[in-house]
Design a protein around this ligand. Structure first.
Ligand SMILES: Cc1ncc(COP(=O)(O)O)c(C=O)c1O
Length: 470
């Protein structure tokens, strides 16, 4: 039998019962697979020739069995498209599967942390995949190196130096699947705790660091995290969002950056710089990465989650020299999270300039959205303050004390998904609770954006008397 004909089939697992005729056993096995739902309607079956070869039975036996199952309504045979599992009931009705009820979708989604998913650069990515796979050496398709592909590490070292002022090289870049994995490595390996976190941040990130024990909270004000107070805490590592504090959006004051670095130096500690949206600055002077102050004690972390998509799961760490071996050891002997094709594709996107072009286009888009939001607040609710509006993908609208919950409720009633500042507050945070809503202005699509802003302003204007500060 010609190899090519046999190889052109589809794989199909068939449990042939021992004993009895092969035809009866094959028929029973296929009926069973369809009845149980293991083979879905429309699933294409292997050719007679290929299945006969795989099962070690005669080609005619397969042909006759298929014909029988077609006549019973289990299978359908169409000229030119082979034999498939039948779509309609009959004897071959598929066992019903549980239907997951559709999630309630908000009319307008202002939840922070999400880019506009409709803008993923599909054609640039596709042509980068093609070039990357075409040019990849064969060793790329062997077991993955947990350090990351050299092509990507080189591209990132250059890119981060050029755009964020990061001082590193390809050897000190470690590829990871994003901040989530970087945090997991640090917390689970036991190399970096106890951890001090900003008093406001993502609760699920806090949960990761708490795998190593309780975390401590460093207060945040309008100049960022008050790092001078770190010396009062018994921590070895502080995790900061210096470019654009999450969620308040403020930039970390230069003196506080220095204070954090000095604190880490004194105790052989570590500053983890979460540069989650550093590419997106609008009208303030570019703020470079804090890592450049001291690459030996700042571990810089970034990912494509804001620039491309949080679903891609490619990120990077620029690691201080003495943390490199422990981090690589903690990653294990093989890369187990970031696929090689995604790594090579991102390297290709960066070196070809496609990544820069996309980031620049997105920066313009998000700046325009930020402008629409800021103008709406000024025009319709001028008594409400804004924070963190000069960079990133989220802004905070500050509210009078005690009003956050009622605004969130009214927004929910209007079909607007929003989050309040209080949900980001560390349970150990001290100081007054600040009320506010965190508006992720990147998530709604272009089509719905002005309507979404209008709906949000209507919620706020309806509550204007309660929200006025006098
Ligand atoms: C504060 C903060 N850090 C980091 C990230 C990125 O996380 P990851 O790289 O795991 O997707 C986000 C994304 O939402 C974020 O909001």
């Amino acid at each position: 039998m010609a190899e090519s004909k046999v190889n052109s089939g589809f794989d199909l697992h068939v449990d042939l019962a021992a004993g009895g005729s092969r035809k009866a056993a094959l028929g029973a096995a296929l009926r069973n697979a369809v009845r149980s739902g293991r083979l879905n309607p429309g699933t294409r079956l292997p050719s007679y020739r290929a299945l006969a070869h795989d099962l070690g039975i005669a080609r005619n036996t397969v042909a006759e069995t298929y014909a029988e199952l077609v006549s019973e309504g289990w299978l359908e045979a169409r000229q030119g498209s082979g034999t498939r599992v039948a779509h309609r009931g009959g004897a071959g009705a598929v066992a019903s599967r549980s239907v997951v009820p559709p999630q309630m979708r908000p009319r307008f989604d202002f939840r922070p942390g999400r880019p506009d998913a409709s803008t993923f650069p599909r054609s640039a990515w596709l042509s980068a995949v093609r070039r990357a796979v075409d040019r990849a050496p064969s060793d790329a398709f062997g077991p993955g190196d947990p350090h990351g592909r050299i092509e990507l590490r080189r591209a990132l070292a250059d890119y981060l130096a050029r755009t964020r002022g990061v001082r590193t090289d390809a050897r000190r870049i470690v590829v990871c699947s994003g901040f989530w994995q970087a945090a997991t490595i640090l917390a689970e390996s036991g190399i970096a705790g106890p951890f001090a976190l900003e008093s406001h941040g993502l609760p699920f990130h806090r949960t990761i660091f708490e795998k190593s024990g309780p975390t401590l909270a460093v207060p945040v004000d309008d100049n960022g995290c008050i790092t001078q107070s770190l010396s009062e805490l018994d921590a070895r590592t502080v995790v900061l969002t210096p470019s654009h504090q999450f969620p308040t959006g403020v930039s970390l004051d230069p003196k506080r950056r220095i204070a954090a670095v000095e604190w880490a130096r004194e105790r052989s500690g570590l500053v983890v710089e979460d540069d989650y949206d550093g590419e997106f600055r609008y009208d303030r002077l570019p703020v470079g990465a804090m890592q450049s102050l001291d690459p030996d004690c700042v571990l810089y972390v970034g990912s494509v989650s804001k620039s491309l998509s949080p679903g891609i799961r490619v990120g990077w760490m620029a690691v201080p020299e003495r943390w490199l071996d422990p981090i690589l050891a903690a990653k294990g002997v093989r890369e187990s999270t970031v696929g090689v094709i995604d790594q090579l594709t991102l390297a290709e996107m960066i070196t070809s300039g496609a990544y820069d072009r996309h980031v620049r286009a997105m920066r313009n888009k998000y700046r325009a959205r930020r402008d629409v939001l800021a103008a709406a607040v000024r025009g319709r609710v001028p008594h409400i303050g804004t924070l963190g509006i000069s960079a990133g993908l989220q802004a905070v609208l500050t509210l009078p004390d005690g009003s956050e919950r009622s605004v969130l409720r009214a927004a929910g009633d209007a079909g607007i998904a929003l989050e309040g500042l209080s949900m980001f507050r560390h349970p150990a945070a001290v100081g007054p609770v600040r009320d506010g809503i965190v508006v992720g202005f990147a998530a709604p699509s272009d089509r719905s954006y002005s309507q979404a802003v209008d709906a949000l302003m209507s919620v706020l204007t309806a509550r204007a008397p309660a929200l006025r500060r006098e």
